[in-house]
Design a protein around this ligand. Structure first.
Ligand code: HEM
Length: 219
């Protein structure tokens, strides 16, 4: 079977979602590691961002890959959701087991739509937004001194974590990795991964907000 034909099957789409989803999981780890340099201070974070800007040969292809991954991930998700909706359950037993699967896929679809909305907002704000004094650190800092942005990020990161905690483990199932010994370990790893992403990303807006609040109250 050719690649195009394989991708048109529902197994093919699930495999595409699994692989692209795992690539996003890896991106989130790298992005978090970079963002955590915010804790080291303005000089270090702006130096890190400046180094990336000096590497267009690395950054542009990586961005192109991210866009392609997103197109495949979202395209496969949309097609699978539409196919699931048009498939009719036959009989009670099928209905019951399908209902649980339907709830999981609906939850993944809805949280996925939220993540896409967040990404558009996030890129407008930090990637394409104005940097009044040229410092990315100050741009991030000034956003997270505002309770509205802290609330928006904390809420979206919680939504992202629920998507990750299910997506990470179901990717293994889609790739046919289903074993009585390893599946429970994969499930636990999935929850740990989602928790680390939640804690890591949430810590940034909260830390900036609390620091700024304390500094302003004591001055
Ligand atoms: C507190 C949380 C976060 C902070 C402080 C943050 C910070 C940033 C900053 C400063 C940039 C611009 C980098 C540059 O222009 O050099 C950026 C880009 C980006 N962020 Fe985030 N981010 C956060 C969470 C997230 C999350 C949860 C996602 C994914 C769902 C995400 C996905 C992206 C993507 C895809 C880019 C564009 C990367 C590129 O084009 O090179 N970020 N982020």
């Amino acid at each position: 079977m050719g690649n195009k034909k394989f991708l048109s099957t529902s197994v093919g789409k699930k495999v595409a979602m699994a692989i692209t989803g795992q690539c996003f999981c890896a991106f989130l780890v790298v992005h978090l590691a970079g963002n955590l340099t915010l804790f080291l201070g303005q000089k270090q974070f702006d130096m890190y961002a400046g180094q990336l800007e000096k590497l267009p040969m690395l950054v542009y292809p990586a961005e192109a890959v991210l866009i392609l991954l997103a197109l495949f991930h979202i395209g496969a998700a949309l097609k699978l959701t539409l196919e699931n909706k048009s498939a009719r359950p036959v009989g009670y037993a099928v209905y019951k087991s399908k209902a649980a699967g339907d709830w999981a896929s609906s939850k993944m679809f809805i949280t996925g739509v939220f993540i896409l909305g967040f990404l558009v907002l996030h890129l407008i704000q930090f990637k394409f937004g104005e940097r009044p004094d040229g410092s990315l650190y100050n741009t991030v800092f000034s956003a997270f001194t505002q309770p509205l942005w802290v609330g928006v990020y904390v809420a979206f990161i919680a939504i992202l974590s629920t998507h990750l905690s299910h997506g990470f483990q179901s990717a293994f199932q889609s790739l046919g990795i289903n074993h009585p010994k390893y599946t429970p370990i994969i499930k636990k790893t999935s929850y740990v991964y989602a928790f680390v992403m939640w804690a890591g990303y949430t810590s940034i807006p909260l830390w900036i907000f609390i620091n700024d609040f304390v500094a302003r109250s004591s001055s």
